[in-house]
Ligand binder design. Sequence first.
Ligand code: FE2
Length: 499
Amino acid sequence: MPTLSNPTAPAPNPLSYSRADWQRGYQSQPQESAYEITEMEGTLPPDLRGTLFRNGPGLMDIHGQRLHHPFDGDGLICQIAIADGKAHFRNRYVRTEGYEAEQKAGRILYRGVFGTQKPGGWLANFMDLRFKNIANTNVIYWGGKLLALWEAAEPHALDPVTLETLGLDRLGDVLRPGEAFSAHPRIDPGSATTGGEPRLVNFGVKAGLSSAITLYELDTAGRLVQRQTRSIPGFAFLHDFALTPNYAIFFQNPVRLNPIPFALGLRGAGQSLEFQPDRPTQALIVPRDPALPMQTIDLPACFIFHHANAFEHTGPQGQPCITVDSICYDFFPTVEPGVDFLDINFDDYPAGKLWRCQLDLARGTAERTCLADRPCEFPTQNPATVGQPTRYYYLGTAHDPTVNAPLQAVMKMDLQTQTLKTWSFAPQGFMGEPVFVPHPQATAEDEGWVLILTYRADRHASTLVILDAQTLEPVTQLHLRYHIPYGLHGTFVPEVLGL
Ligand code: FE2
């Protein structure tokens, strides 16, 4: 199998893409604008109404000074409002304190968690332990607020129509100054625990030699219903969690933080995480009822950013079990200092794959099976089945199932029939997280659409693709005027905002 070490290799390229095409999708996008999308293939489904919000790093440099890793880039929010056959696009940067300061100064003023250093070598970074809240990971609309999220700090509130930054938002008095509100909230669609009402559940981590997880539950008006804090031993790197009616489940990755190279200014905090393959990954099973004890179950070492879903059930002897589906890596995929992320050799990085972990709460054991033996990330599902057994997942995957490579195809998994469908944007299309939008009168779990913001290297611009979720074939393509760098997470809401 050829490596990606020669990005300028002439055609024919045995891979499904060219590295130069993939790299162009990472170019900074300083433009901000608002316009009606007029370049459209197909027609918009009349029943598709609402607004897609996306977040992700939009700048890979500060006035020419390059960032070490895209995860260190300032949050760029995209809003695509759809109604009555029309669509309107708007994008705007989150005016964080750090964004404003760096744009004014015209240079990098902050170190990034994933390895960006201030110019001037290690001395310029020595003992600078500040973090820049870059608000670049997710955007949610809850309780009438549009919130840009970054996992290590407070959310930023935005005007949901204009995307103007309103400032740091502590959700009323829910968060204390500096308290984190992760970028991966889950929405309980309504269970016995919530009296049938939807509820936003999220967490914040205070990491250290021992760590603390605080779990927040907010009602549909954004009011705090419950808050609880659990102490866990050791350093915790928790990006995501899974939710069932009775439990919040965290998988603690076997990593330790070596603070010395970070403090000395030699590495970013994220690069100072050391994966420990001889230690187990630990499932932390936190009852949503604060009066009940937490349980810990060990499983073989792996690294997890994202979970797909979880559900409660009984085992063969009637014992309580929880099944958790997650994207697992063999080890922590970090970009070392001195390596340009645009030149990484994908063969050197582990491929994320979808695994199922069955946790037996009575025996305290875990059993794992691989559900999809191909590189994939960004699992999503019908939001109505969160915390329940779901039949379908939608994920981003590599075009070639045997090669670790950029995400170029969307994959629909049918867990009941054990079958896969894919739709690929290769060779010149690349994608991120798919978002499932249910049909308003849906009678089947997969009745609806899958929305994907893709990057098209042939146009050097992005296209929102709307696929029929049942057939996984595109029904509409909305071509944007310019590209949006590869993003992270977002949300679709039925409210039409910005049109
Ligand atoms: Fe994430």
